[in-house]
Design a protein around this ligand. Structure first.
Ligand code: XMP
Length: 536
């Protein structure tokens, strides 16, 4: 049985990060709303209580009855989780006066405590709290202090119950991963057997058992999530998987052709549907961004359904939904606050059940799974691309000619990002390697392309704008393009990437010299928030 740690989510921004750290320790975990503990799940081996935006004294603070958890599983409370247990069991939590935010050092800690195994003297931790524990319950003892925080960590006497005021999951708690490892491996007994290979084996076996001889339909987008889902399903059920890839005419240059070729090489049973004429006709003259999105969404469902309906024996609809899609979709009271935007509204009479084989994975884990199944690197490292495609990167109305101009400019930009190599060291190199980018460390440095270093890049055609230029002896009056490149981990927030000037100079030249219809190149230096990644 797959062991798991349950992370009860009290709403902290860093809850997902706890999950990530545990997965990095090859330990499977589930993040659940604070009040949804799975009491009858025999695979649970330990529990972590997350931080929270609330103070334990707020009337609306989240409270959970730990009676059937305490004593049954090892528990680690982090920040609010630690304060909540301290207060619940008779200790005292008070306002710290001002928020304590930032670096601190464990000046004293119990070297014998299993939570601190392998810790250095004065280990740096990261604090972020407004309240502080001023008294711990009877039968609890303090196991660490900083210069400002007396009860930086505690343990219940002779019990596997700990609380830490700092955040071991954040990068700046330098031995935070060690602490989490001590908890999940030494204390909870994790076998650390969660790996992409084991995931593939277990999931293929489960899919075989779940799907039997049933037909499954899957919408492919060319992106990594749906492609990896398709390859997994193909391993499990082979030709009973039918994939549908709709070309709405607003994909990147040659993308439909190239991706179809990749899918065929992977042995997938794919139907490619060129519906671009319908999309262009329905979008004619439409300039409003929301209207464009609605038309594309509606047309997409129509085209996809018309194909899907041909498979009257289909019993399942498979999707490449990944874990962050679902975590974002739940607020901590369990209500759906955001729905998925890709394949929606299949006809009810088809009566399809949903199959989401990647629903427990983070994006970089999806990539690791894809690699473990031998998928080509360019499919795995492909940047996210919006469902409505280049339509949301052309301001104003959409015509095949504008799409052609944008495809050509974008192709130069993206190829340039792939060709330009940079050397990284230290934290930057660690971050890129942790994301699974294959690169060899040599003399403390790795070499990666700009493309692999950033989350997402694309080109926007400002077709509602014209400006004057001069080419040779001729005056031009054409459109600008804006280049966008962002760093991010989940697309919820993003920063503009600091691309090298020599790269920008070359791309700008290449685009203006080779793409007829463009005479100016700009670089978008807005972060999200307040801007978004896409322009429309
Ligand atoms: P924004 O523009 O909201 O984008 O910052 C966040 C991420 O979502 C992608 N995106 C979409 N993906 N269908 C999708 O599948 C859509 O309609 C859509 N709109 C935006 C965007 O490319 C970025 O990765």
């Amino acid at each position: 049985m797959q062991q798991k740690i349950i992370i009860l989510d009290f709403g902290s921004q860093t809850t997902q990060l706890i999950g990530r750290r545990l997965r990095e320790l090859d330990t499977f975990c589930e993040i659940l709303p604070y009040n949804k503990f799975p009491h009858d799940d025999p695979s649970v081996i330990g529990v972590i209580l997350s931080g929270s935006p609330y103070s334990v004294y707020d009337p609306e603070a989240f409270k959970v009855d730990l009676t059937n958890i305490r004593g049954k599983y090892p528990i680690l409370g982090i920040c609010y989780g630690a304060q909540y247990m301290a207060q619940t069991y008779g200790g005292k939590v008070e306002s710290a006066g001002s928020r304590e935010y930032g670096r601190a050092n464990l000046e004293q800690f119990d070297h014998e405590n299993p939570l601190f195994k392998g810790f250095d003297e004065n280990s740096q931790v990261w604090m972020s709290h407004g309240d502080t524990i001023t008294a711990i319950p009877e039968n609890f003892h303090c196991i660490a202090s900083t210069s400002k925080v007396k009860f930086a960590a505690y343990q219940a006497d002779n019990e596997k119950l700990w609380g830490v005021q700092f955040h071991p999951e954040v990068f700046h708690s330098l031995q935070g991963t060690q602490l989490l490892k001590n908890f999940v491996v030494d204390i909870c007994g994790s076998r650390q057997d969660w790996s992409p290979d084991s995931f593939v084996d277990t999931t293929v076996a489960e899919l075989k058992a779940q799907l039997g001889n049933d037909r499954v339909i899957l919408g492919l987008s060319g992106g990594v999530d749906s492609s990896v889902a398709a390859v997994l399903l193909n391993r499990a059920i082979g030709k009973n998987l039918t994939c549908i890839f709709v070309d709405h005419g607003m994909l990147r240059k040659n993308e439909f052709r190239d991706v179809m070729h990749d899918y065929e090489c992977l042995g997938l049973n794919v139907i490619g549907v060129d519906a671009s004429a319908k999309f262009f006709a329905d979008l004619e003259g439409v300039t409003d961004p929301e209207q464009k999105r609605k038309i594309i969404g509606r047309d997409f469902v129509e085209v996809f359904n018309a194909e899907a309906k041909k498979f009257t024996d289909a019993k399942w609809l498979a999707q490449g939904t990944i874990y962050p899609d679902r975590i974002e979709s739940l607020n901590i009271t369990g209500k759906v606050i955001k729905s998925h935007h890709n394949v929606g509204g299949l006809p009810k009479e088809m009566n399809l059940q949903l199959c989401e084989p990647l629903k427990w994975l983070f994006k970089d884990e999806v990539r690791r799974v894809g690699r473990s199944m031998g998928m080509p690197e360019h499919l795995i490292t492909r940047h996210p691309f919006p469902g409505p495609g280049l339509a949301v990167r052309i301001l104003g109305d959409i015509t095949p000619e504008k799409v052609r101009i944008l495809q050509d400019a974008d192709d130069i930009y993206i190829r340039g990002l792939r060709d330009y190599k940079v050397k990284l060291s230290g934290e930057e190199a660690r971050r890129v390697l942790a994301a699974g980018v294959p690169a060899d460390m040599k003399d403390g440095e790795i070499e990666v392309s700009l493309y692999d270093q950033i989350w997402q890049a694309g080109t926007v055609l400002l077709s509602t704008v014209r400006s004057v230029g001069v080419m040779g002896d001729e005056r031009t009056y054409e459109h600008p393009v804006a280049l966008r490149a962002v760093t991010s981990t989940d697309a919820m927030t993003a920063d503009w990437a600091h691309l090298p000037y020599d790269f920008m100079a070359k791309v700008s030249n290449d685009i203006i010299n080779h793409v007829k219809g463009v005479n100016r190149v700009c670089y978008d230096i807005s972060s999200k928030p307040p801007s978004t990644i896409e322009w429309e």
